[in-house]
Design a protein around this ligand. Structure first.
Ligand SMILES: [Zn+2]
Length: 213
């Protein structure tokens, strides 16, 4: 079972993808975590990526895809995987398709949330200074000062201000829509209403998986 999660920032797809991976017993692959791992461990791919980043350049899709293929070949991916954070562009989707060859993505789960709701959610977002994990305010205790994951300091990023959030969404939206169209034409796309309560979104996702294959 090979799944990709799609959605704008703040749609809750990271959290949903992780929960679903535990339910299905498949690996959860966050492209952000994967990058941080390679950079922190100083792997060959990590060094390659860092070379581009140090020059202020985008890391080429080929490097990211090599990281994904390397990850997919690990034992915990035998039953499948859920990919979160990649692809973000149509070119990346096409490159991923070529790389996966005859074991392609089975389903793409698109968690749809409207702009107003996203701004409301993101403007209340708090991040960890150490590991970068973002948290919704309501996920944390009112007096939480430390990251539940690593103990790092929590803070509100400047780019989680409402107007900045709106501009970011306007840039992301055409890309997400392009990906939705691409996977829609392949009949792999399942749209989920992400504005409903978390438990209902989880149920919808499980139903969508049952329709796989
Ligand atoms: Zn942390």
């Amino acid at each position: 079972m090979r799944l990709v999660f799609l959605g704008l920032a703040g749609a809750g797809k990271g959290t949903q993808a992780k929960t679903l991976s535990e339910k299905l017993g498949v690996a959860f692959i966050s492209s952000g975590d994967m990058f941080r791992h390679h950079l922190a461990q100083g792997t060959e791919l990590g060094k390659l990526a860092k070379g581009y980043m140090d020059k202020g350049e985008m890391v080429p899709d080929e490097v990211t895809i090599r990281m994904i293929l390397d990850r997919i070949n690990q034992g915990d991916c035998q039953k499948g995987f859920i990919l979160d954070g990649f692809p973000r562009t149509l070119n990346q989707a096409k490159a991923l398709e070529r790389a996966l060859g005859d074991a392609p993505v089975d389903r793409v789960l698109y968690i749809k949330v409207g702009e107003e709701e996203l701004v409301r959610r993101l403007a209340g977002r708090i991040s960890c200074r150490t590991c970068g994990t973002p948290y919704a305010q309501q996920m944390l205790a009112d007096d939480a000062k430390q990251c539940p994951r690593c103990g790092g300091e929590l803070y509100q990023r400047a780019d989680d201000q409402p107007e900045v959030v709106r501009r970011r969404l306007q840039v992301q939206w055409p890309e997400v829509q392009g990906l939705a169209d691409f996977y829609g034409r392949q009949r792999k796309l399942v749209e989920i209403d992400g504005e409903r309560p978390v438990e209902q979104v989880e149920e919808e996702l499980v139903k969508a998986i049952d329709r796989v294959g």
